[in-house]
Design a protein around this ligand. Structure first.
Ligand code: NAD
Ligand code: LMR
Length: 334
């Protein structure tokens, strides 16, 4: 016999914590493996589905020994493998695709990654059309529009459930500022808007505790080209994987917390955005309030100084081209 208070406690914990299946597509890769590990450590994840064209069962067997409650299963590219991995997923993270080598831009990955993301998006649209889709594969500025077009073609597009993962840009910005100021990065909240490549990444230091940093051109450039630092240091062996896994796991956790009803969950992310649609820019990264239905509210960019105004102008030029390239790809290669 349970005491009434115990029954109440059990009932509360069952309703407060929902069952959340999370799928990772590209789970055996440089990002996929540490990301899967971090998701295994997240108590909000009840079931972890790991899919890759090679190696996912091995990663799943390894991660499954971590003694947290969630179950883990690896899926292979059998005729039903991907669909089974996706069925019932609440969140799908997609880090599938090739990373950069020194000298490449993210756009140079388009030819390989566009079709990978298109095909995985088709599978998501068929097997879990209501899931929150988190795109990590580059070029994010184009792969997110690709995913949107695929979902539109399948008649299941919900702009509130599609997210380009740009979390790493704010993670880097807060860390780089803390290095200059000798502070704890946790106290450095830096807004970063735009897209996720080069000059489309626009840090807004004027809104931070250190508004003078907006004139620090070296710092601005470091945030915009932080990914290149890692690509160069890895010297042909890929791009950011560990910091990206942390950033992706943080984004997934925020989506799950908001899904459970937590209020005031805000993350920067590249979404179908009303902010600059009048200038022909359909997707834009800014702070977004998350809720049970995904995007609850796209927050305004807020006041910017003259230097940042110029950065935004440069961002728009490239971002528009990147978005159009993604849309055109699906139109020509449905
Ligand atoms: P990786 O090569 O180490 O891993 C990619 C994985 O994807 C591999 O295991 C591969 O087998 C798998 N894969 C390829 N095609 C697939 C398919 N059709 N279905 C399922 N899996 C497939 O690369 P990585 O370092 O993990 O990077 C992955 C992607 O993430 C790259 O495009 C990279 O540019 C991008 N990235 C984005 C960010 C960001 O901030 N959004 C940060 C870092 C890297
Ligand atoms: C990053 O920002 O680290 C990623 O987009 C990977 C890259 O190519 O730089």
């Amino acid at each position: 016999m349970f005491a009434p208070s115990m029954i109440q406690r059990r009932a509360f914990s069952a309703s407060a914590r929902q069952l959340s299946k999370v799928a990772v597509l590209g789970a055996a890769g440089g990002i996929g493996q540490p990301l899967s590990l971090l998701l295994k450590l997240n108590p909000r994840v009840s079931e972890l589905a790991l899919y890759d064209i090679r190696g996912a069962p091995g990663v799943a067997a390894d991660v499954s020994h971590v003694n947290t409650k969630s179950t883990v299963k690896g899926y292979e590219p059998t005729p039903t493998g991907l669909a089974e991995a996706l069925k019932g997923a609440k969140v799908v993270l997609i880090p599938a695709g090739v990373p950069r080598k020194p000298g490449m831009t993210r756009d140079d990955l388009f030819n390989t990654n566009a079709s990978i993301v298109r095909d995985l998006a088709k599978a998501c649209a068929e097997s879990c059309p209501d899931a929150n889709i988190l795109i990590i594969s580059n070029p994010v500025n184009s792969t997110v529009p690709i995913c949107a077009e695929v979902f539109k073609n399948k008649g299941v597009y919900n702009p509130r459930r599609l997210f380009g993962v740009t979390t790493l840009d704010v993670v880097r910005a807060s860390r780089f500022v803390s290095e200059i100021k000798g502070t704890d990065p946790a106290d450095e909240k830096i807004t970063v808007v735009g897209g996720h490549s080069g000059v489309t990444i626009v840090p807004l230091f004027s809104q931070s505790r250190h508004p003078e940093l907006s004139s620090n051109a070296e710092l601005v450039k470091r945030v915009q080209f932080g990914g290149d630092e890692v690509v160069k240091a890895k010297d042909g062996a890929g791009s950011a994987t560990l910091s990206m896994a942390m950033a992706g796991a943080r984004m997934a956790d925020s989506i799950l917390r908001a899904a459970e009803g937590e209020k005031g969950v805000i993350e920067p992310t590249f979404v179908d955005s009303p902010l600059y649609k009048d200038q022909g820019i359909d997707f834009f990264s800014s702070n977004v309030e998350l809720g049970p239905n995904g995007v609850e509210k796209v927050l305004p960019v807020g006041p910017v100084d003259a230097i940042e105004e110029k950065l935004l102008e440069a961002c728009f030029v490239d971002l528009k081209k990147n978005i159009e390239k993604g849309k055109a790809f699906v139109a020509q290669n449905p």
